[in-house]
Design a protein around this ligand. Structure first.
Ligand code: ZN
Length: 444
């Protein structure tokens, strides 16, 4: 079926767009940056005059795309990309590899491995347990195989560089058998294929997220997010911004949206995993206030959410004393979550503001309370809600053992004493304090 769409030309791309209306603003410059940075890793010529452009065919939607490519979610043929998305990193990598390393297709393990490693595909699988590389040479439509291939290629690139991998890639044809592959591998690498595979796929819980050399979100960050600045996703559904939180500040990310995940990284794609990961698979929408220590963070997004992000606050979110309490505005419609990174013995004060007093369902997922009455007062673990900073203020202890409904008057103070924030899986999100407004629970 012939592709009918508007054609735009950029430095490296000829973009064919079937979506009615104007092209997402900034998309073509993002694509050109992607070609320069990610294509540059592979060795695509940065001289835009020499080769013909990459052709990108953006279909109206997944349905119309699949009428041409049944059962697929994106395709590249030579240096042309066919996609239902504005900017599909995985398919772009295939096209760069084709352009840089020649027309021959290596086997599935190498071909998909390099695409996963450089696109940082989030495959939503945990490739725990070993699988033999011999069974994955023709990787196709199997997410665990893709993830393992991504880990394998990431390992080779990190340990031995791109040049050597390119040599192997050119030397291996598709289809290949295991003995041939092993022999070719031995020509270029000082370790055996079995040993490299063992090392590369010996992944811990966090690295199970991805085989990823480096998310281009990390390589293409724009200017740092300003104080209170609001941003939404760009044309590639990313953010491409960093946040630098200074001494004496606590970063806060305000996030309204759902259906996706936000990862906050201190070092992009650190093996230890992100500083914080919010996953909102089931939660339609919430406002998150995220406690962030001083440092520079990169934010990466996954999923088709509609997200709004606001930069950090100029002062700590959790104050040392009631008088210096940070402020959290409770949302009257959406759930408000105060997210903490893993920490031990958190204490401090937060002022809760809202337009009116209101009842909230209150939960404290992944917060550890170790209240032992035999301990001295200073060592006990507690949450208290006070109506002012006055020494004579009315304060109520919140029993964190049970989920409860809490009336919060505007300008109440939450006193946190000695709590532990525990996370024990790749799902770091959810640790913190949840306030879900109760329907009809407002005090008019
Ligand atoms: Zn692929």
């Amino acid at each position: 079926m012939p592709f009918v769409g508007d054609v735009t030309r950029s430095k490296y791309f000829e973009y064919h767009d079937q979506v009615n209306g104007s092209l997402c603003p900034g998309l073509l410059s993002l694509l050109d940056r992607h070609a320069e940075i990610v294509g540059g890793v592979i060795g695509v010529s940065s001289n835009p005059d020499a080769p013909p452009p990459f052709r990108y065919y953006r279909f109206q939607d997944l349905e119309s795309y699949q009428r041409s490519f049944p059962g697929s979610g994106g395709e590249s043929i030579g240096s042309s990309i066919y996609s239902p998305y504005y900017l599909q990193e995985h398919e772009l990598v295939h096209a760069y590899v084709y352009r840089a390393w020649g027309g021959a297709l290596a086997d599935g393990l190498l071909r998909e491995g390099i695409a996963v490693a450089l696109a940082c595909d989030e495959l939503g699988v945990s490739p725990r347990g070993s699988r033999d590389w011999r069974d994955l040479l023709h990787t196709d439509e199997d997410m665990v195989a893709y993830a393992l291939a991504g880990h394998f290629v990431t390992y080779l690139l990190r340990q031995y560089g791109v040049q050597r991998f390119a040599q192997l890639y050119r030397a291996v044809s598709d289809p290949t058998d295991a003995a041939d592959f092993e022999a070719e591998f031995a020509r270029f690498y000082p370790v055996s294929m079995d040993e490299a595979w063992r090392n590369a796929t010996n992944v811990d819980a966090f690295r199970l997220m991805n085989g990823c050399l480096g998310d281009w979100n990390c390589w293409t960050t724009g200017p740092p997010l300003g104080l209170g600045e609001e941003v939404t996703q760009d044309c590639s559904d990313g953010i491409h911004r960093t946040m630098t939180v200074g001494d004496g500040q606590h970063g806060v990310v305000l996030l309204k949206g759902g259906g996706g995940s936000l990862a906050v990284w201190k070092t992009c794609w650190d093996d230890a995993g992100p500083y914080l990961l919010l996953q909102e698979g089931t939660d339609p929408s919430a406002v998150h206030w995220i406690v962030m220590d001083p440092g520079t963070y990169v934010l990466t997004l996954e999923g088709p959410m509609d997200m709004q992000l606001r930069g950090y606050l100029p002062s700590p979110l959790v104050g040392d004393a009631c008088e210096t309490a940070g402020e959290v505005q409770l949302d009257g419609q959406l759930a408000t979550q105060i997210n903490f990174p893993p920490m031990v013995g958190l204490s401090g004060w937060i002022r809760l503001t809202s337009d009116i007093g209101r009842y909230y369902d209150f939960e404290t997922p992944n917060i550890g309370f170790y209240d032992d009455p035999s301990l001295p007062e200073s060592a006990r673990s507690a949450l208290t809600l006070c109506d002012s900073c006055d020494p004579a203020a009315t304060c109520v202890a919140i029993d964190p053992a049970s989920n409860l409904t809490l009336f919060v008057a505007p300008g109440s103070f939450l006193h946190i004493q000695n709590i532990d924030v525990v996370t024990n899986s790749i799902f770091l999100g959810g640790a913190g304090l949840w306030f879900q407004p109760v329907q009809g629970g407002a005090d008019q």
